[in-house]
Design a protein. Structure first.
Length: 107
């Protein structure tokens, strides 16, 4: 990721990826400072994805289970829920952008 643009990229060590019977996907992460601004979920089908929340905040999701990889590649959008303790602090819909190689984007 480019340095100097004020973007703080963090790795989410604990997250959940859930899919309902309709095929919709929910990703649950810990609450972050500031709200999302034009968020995007960038994914190449591998073990890592990038949740771009805003110019100031991005989250890497590492170690994505193989069972979740195909469903993540087949949806146009996901629902993200940020939690604070046992409460949902915010939720928002995020478009999914499938790319060839996530590492190339981050270089």
């Amino acid at each position: 990721m480019a340095q100097g643009n004020g973007n703080t990229a963090s790795t989410e060590s604990t997250y959940e990826i859930l899919q309902n019977a309709a095929g919709e996907i929910l990703i649950i992460i810990s609450q972050r400072k500031g709200g999302p601004e034009n968020p995007r979920f960038v994914y190449d089908g591998g073990a890592t994805a990038l949740l771009y929340r805003s110019r100031e905040s991005s989250v890497f999701l590492r170690g994505i289970d193989e069972k979740a990889r195909t469903p993540l590649k087949t949806v146009d959008e996901i629902l993200v829920a940020e939690i604070d303790g046992d409460e949902v602090a915010r939720e928002y819909t995020v478009p999914v952008r499938i790319i060839r190689d996530l590492k190339a984007v981050l270089s």
